[in-house]
Design a protein around this ligand. Structure first.
Ligand SMILES: *Cc1c(COP(=O)(O)O)cnc(C)c1O
Length: 482
């Protein structure tokens, strides 16, 4: 099926990429027991340097990334990450640090942790936080632990119900459930929004709170958020904000001002860190004043002009990661924030929203737009109509985009939209790129009616054509078996 051999298959016995000088130190007997000494070679592939370079270059060229083309993957914020972030994170002074070094020799790194936590609080309107969590979902899990610790401290462990709207990200109900809460799903209304009305039946002393995403996964701003916050607090509940998509509102509105108690951000989305392919990520958790005592240890504090770890937090939920988080990602995020400044961050959000609305307005005559109102950073179309008319599905549209050197949008999510196409252009794309995307979508739409079979077999220009997704997921063959 594919032209490229595995690196093991290219191995030729005795071939070398690098020759070490002959060892000029006498070989000494070791004290290691014979049973631990290797008697056979490792079986590592043997290749020359240029063979290795070509192998990985060829593999890399099969990959799609933001540096190659437009990547409007809704909710995932695949925006361009300025290369200066990489340069700063790769400075030797950062790379060579060890997490167990003495605090006095870690002052610069501690300052970064302290400053970034403070900046993120300023951006979100929260009081303090932790950078330890490694991803958005890890942030949510940490947030739920904070909820539990708060209720335990008040003798209110009977609060077990957590409201999660149907328009929320899939990780929300999963995190709530894993943390032992009973998930209560509430529907969005005809506008795609959560209203106070649907929450009313649950506003009692069994309620732990709500997990809300604003803008929600339809890309829509929850207009009743202030009333919702007031009512949840009135019955003693807490509000969790999924801030993975903070890029929609930076400099315009703040979850802290909306009344949220615990939030997470995705530094690997909004704050310009490369992601995809499984990480690394960073999902800082930020909290309102009353939640501060429960934050993970250690905190980083500034005392008499020097930074130090503070482990003295008796009510803390403890540690939630090995050391202090994915520090390299934190350095990138702080670099981005400092380069952008507050005006730049606000401008980034305005551009993200403008780009999404531009796409929405230009495409809504062609593709069905189930929730037709001003969007934030993303918009969600449905391929239901073309499917009914021509048999072409959201999946076919996505595959056809690949042939046009465009990464598909998120499809079949959010679940409340049939045949969903969730498009997030991000702020880093030009008008010309957006126009090319619009033309590609219009072209695909025309083909659906004229020659649907062509779309059914897309992609045609990739090394591997249409794969059987179900078999690939259920029966993956990921091992090299000789
Ligand atoms: C991406 C995303 C998450 C999950 O973040 P991970 O870092 O992938 O765990 C949660 N909520 C929303 C709204 C997201 O877009």
């Amino acid at each position: 099926m594919h032209g490229q051999k595995l690196i093991f298959e290219q191995s030729v016995s005795g071939r070398r990429g690098y020759l070490f000088p002959r060892c000029d130190v006498p070989v000494q007997e070791t004290d290691l027991p014979d049973s631990l000494l290797r008697v056979e070679t490792t079986g590592l592939p043997e290749l020359s340097e240029v063979e290795v370079i070509r192998h990985y270059q060829n593999l890399g060229r099969r990959n799609f990334c933001v540096d190659v083309g437009f990547y409007p993957l809704g909710s995932c914020t695949m925006k361009y990450n300025p290369k200066v972030n990489e340069q700063v994170a790769s400075l030797e002074g950062f790379l060579d640090l060890h997490p167990l070094q003495d605090e006095q020799t870690l002052q610069g790194m501690l300052q970064i942790i302290h400053r970034l936590t403070g900046d993120l609080c300023e951006i979100t309107g929260m009081t303090w936080g932790t950078l330890q969590s490694m991803a958005g979902a890890h942030g949510e899990y940490t947030g739920m632990k904070l909820f539990r610790a708060y209720f335990a401290s008040r003798g209110e462990s009977s609060r077990t119900r957590l409201i999660v709207p149907s328009s929320s990200h899939g990780t929300n109900p999963a995190s709530a459930h894993l943390s032992g809460f009973e998930v209560v799903e509430v529907p969005a209304d005809k506008r795609g929004l959560v209203t106070l009305d649907v929450l009313k039946p649950y506003l009692d002393d069994r309620l732990a709170g709500i997990m809300l995403t604003n803008p929600n996964t339809l890309g829509l701003y929850e207009v009743e958020v202030a009333e919702i916050a007031r009512e949840i607090h009135r019955v003693g509940g807490l509000l969790y904000y999924d801030g993975a998509n903070m890029n929609a509102i930076m400099g315009a509105s703040r979850p802290g001002d909306m009344g949220f108690d615990v939030i997470h951000l995705n530094l690997h989305k909004t704050f310009s860190t490369p992601h995809g392919g499984g990480g690394p990520g960073s999902g800082p958790v930020l909290v309102s004043k009353r939640m501060v005592p429960f934050l993970p240890v250690p905190d980083v504090v500034l005392q008499k002009g020097s930074y130090a770890f503070d482990w003295n937090r008796p009510e803390s939920i403890g540690k939630i990661s090995g050391f202090y988080g994915n520090i390299g990602i934190c350095i990138r995020a702080l670099t981005y924030i400092m380069v952008m400044g507050s005006d730049g961050l606000a401008e980034a959000s305005r551009m993200a929203v403008l780009n999404a609305n531009y796409l929405m307005e230009r495409l809504k005559g062609t593709f069905h737009l189930p929730y037709n109102r001003r969007c934030m950073h993303e918009c969600v179309f449905s391929a239901e109509r073309i499917k009914a008319d021509t048999g072409v599905t959201a999946l076919d549209v996505a595959k056809a985009l690949i042939d046009r050197n465009i990464h598909p949008p998120t499809i079949y999510f959010p679940l409340i939209v049939q045949e969903a196409l969730m498009i997030e252009p991000t702020e880093t794309e030009s008008r010309e790129t957006l126009d090319r995307f619009i033309e590609a979508m219009e072209d695909i739409h025309r083909l659906a009616y004229e020659d649907p079979s062509q779309l059914k077999s897309a992609p045609l220009r990739t090394e591997v054509g249409r794969v059987d997704d179900v078999a690939a997921a259920r029966n993956p063959r990921v091992c090299f078996c000789g």
